[in-house]
Design a binder for this molecule. Structure first.
Ligand code: ATP
Ligand code: MG
Ligand code: MG
Length: 554
């Protein structure tokens, strides 16, 4: 069999292995900041980092990039661990950047002693202004030439908590005219007298992302640091810092395209806003593109992993169509889940020639022929049934192969029935159909060979279970929710109909004894899961995971 096609990152890792470049197996890490729940973009990164470790016999760490006391929380740390494991991965090392604060501080002192870092008294606003522009050199800070002794003394006093927030920062001393703006004496440490969820109040000089990130990789012995494209310009400071800190054979950064998915938003900051402003029920709302939301909706981890594989990794950003994801979800469920009949919008059918009080059991295979699984259940059939309102039309066009006065239709797994009479209430709404069934058509076929095109789903009224069905649609009504007119933001692109609740659908009774959390295909309707958070033994609540692309015999 042919070797699978390798993306450019796996090519590089394969070469590392072949040349023995790092003198050890590939070591990757997934480094989330615990300031929100993981989303599908993170899933892409998880599948990439953990996938490479698995494929090449290497290791992958989970490292919390927890260097910002203002936004981080242990609740997010816990959700991230759960989500990584649910996706099917297990980390080798579990680390926290906040455990490296002392080591990073020691590196800061060594940079100061080498004349490669200095304490600046300018505020962050002045520093930004004095950085210059891409076409003009920056203005050196008046504090840039402090002696190593003075810098060391100030740095120690910063650490000891002698100065208020913003009074001083530690900066690398590189080049204020560097063509890469990031290299114009970047900030390394800043003062924050704040409570950190892990460090409490014991620490007050927080490393900036660039200072913490590469050095954390180096401390853990990472070989390739995989990150998204927006960090391309940061690669130079990454290399400068690990080299100045004295790491031999240090990790190197490789950038890949961020996942952007149509009709949704992949940014923790914006997702947090949806949660905080009450646009969704929480981080795990089934409409959210979070791992927790997808899990609650009923998506299986296999589908998310398959999706990550299909989209692959590229060097250029590109939006991915939501259809690509839905295809992966359907593909996964199609081969796995049993079929059942559920009527979302019930309309009563009375079979006038069927004996009152009689119930017969019809055998119904649970899987179609092209799914290699076996199993069946019995469906009660009786004089009173429910069919879906959408399968009836009073004045139907010729090609409406469903129920209409005078027309004959096949009931899935059962008889042919003919609609004879339409019963309406005082308001003129159809409330019942009177039909007759042909007792000789239990096989679904007429012995006289007459053709019946349409097949519809149904349930037996007395035995069917009432259930709630939640139909989820895309959370935003336009492909790029950020693409809104001046003065508006992504919230104005929210889809007002992203959730439709059907309080009283009717489902066949065979599901009654299945564990809550079971998944099904409701034939002709979509894939559904009974939701553990909301279902009770008395009343099941089903989430629509994804609709069907095609429905049979419509
Ligand atoms: P967000 O903007 O949603 O907060 P982030 O990049 O700041 O995302 P982190 O927690 O820092 O979130 O991300 C952890 C890892 O996940 C990083 O390596 C990051 O590159 C990766 N990642 C985050 N979002 C995406 C995405 N949309 N596509 C691919 N990888 C992503
Ligand atoms: Mg980040
Ligand atoms: Mg972020």
């Amino acid at each position: 069999s042919a070797a699978p096609r390798r993306d450019f990152i796996r090519e590089m890792v394969a070469e590392d292995v072949a040349t023995g470049r790092f003198g050890r197996g590939p070591a990757t890490r997934f480094p989330p900041e615990p300031n929100g729940f993981l989303h599908m973009g993170h899933a892409k990164s998880i599948c990439l980092n953990f996938g490479i470790a698995q494929e090449f016999g290497g290791t992958c760490n989970l490292r919390f990039d927890d260097t910002n006391p203002a936004t981080e929380d242990v609740r997010y740390v816990e959700s991230i661990q759960r989500d990584v494991q649910w996706l099917g991965f297990q980390w080798d090392g579990l680390y926290y950047a906040s455990d490296y604060f002392e080591q990073l501080y020691d590196i800061a002192e060594s940079l100061v002693l080498k004349g490669k870092a200095y304490v600046d008294d300018q505020n962050e606003e002045q520093i930004r202004t004095n950085r210059g522009t891409v076409t003009s050199a920056g203005t050196p800070s008046p504090w840039r030439d402090r002696s190593a002794d003075e810098n060391l003394d100030l740095l120690r006093r910063m650490k000891a908590g002698e100065f208020p927030d913003g009074a001083k920062v530690l900066r690398a001393k590189i080049d204020m005219a560097h063509p890469n703006m990031i290299m114009r004496d970047p900030l390394l440490l800043r003062i924050r007298h704040a409570h950190h969820y892990r460090r409490g109040n014991d620490w007050c000089i927080y490393p900036l992302y660039d200072f913490a990130h590469g050095l954390s990789d180096a401390i853990e012995g990472i070989t390739r640091s995989l990150c998204t494209l927006e960090f391309k310009d940061a690669r130079e400071i990454y290399d400068w810092l690990v080299a100045e800190a004295g790491f031999t054979n240090p990790p190197t950064q490789i950038e890949f395209a961020r996942l952007e998915l149509d009709y949704t938003i992949l940014s923790k900051r914006k997702l947090l806003r949806l949660v905080n402003d009450g646009h969704v029920s929480g981080w795990d709302d089934p409409r959210m593109p979070t791992i927790a939301g997808l899990r609650r909706r009923g998506v299986r981890p296999e589908a998310i992993r398959a999706f990550a594989e299909v989209i692959g990794v590229a060097r250029k950003d590109a939006r991915v169509e939501i259809a690509t994801f839905e295809h992966a979800v359907r593909n996964d469920l199609n081969m796995e889940v049993p079929r059942v009949l559920c009527v979302l919008n019930p309309l009563k059918v009375v079979l006038t020639n069927y004996p009152e009080g009689q119930v017969e059991m019809l055998d119904a295979p649970s899987y179609p022929h092209d799914v290699p699984k076996t199993g069946s259940r019995s469906m009660p059939f009786s004089r009173e049934l429910y069919v879906d309102r959408d399968d009836f039309m009073e004045d139907a066009p010729k090609k409406f192969y469903r129920l209409s006065p005078g027309r004959e239709v096949r009931l899935r797994f059962g008889y042919l029935i003919t609609c004879n009479e339409v019963i309406k209430n005082d308001a003129g709404e159809v409330i019942e159909l009177r039909c007759t069934y042909d007792p000789d058509t239990r096989s679904g076929n007429a012995p006289d060979g007459r053709k019946v095109q349409g097949t519809i789903h149904w349930v037996s009224a007395a035995q069917a279970l009432s259930c709630e069905v939640r139909l989820y649609d895309r959370l935003f009504s336009q492909p790029n929710p950020d693409d809104v007119p001046e003065g508006q933001d992504f919230l104005s692109a929210l889809n007002p109909a992203s959730l439709v609740v059907i309080p009283d659908a009717r489902i066949e009774p065979s599901v009654a004894n299945d564990p809550i959390g079971s998944r099904y295909q409701f034939e002709r309707t979509g894939y559904f899961m009974s939701e553990p958070e909301s279902s009770t033994p008395e009343k099941l609540v089903f989430n629509r995971i994804v609709g069907l692309r095609d429905s049979w015999a419509k």
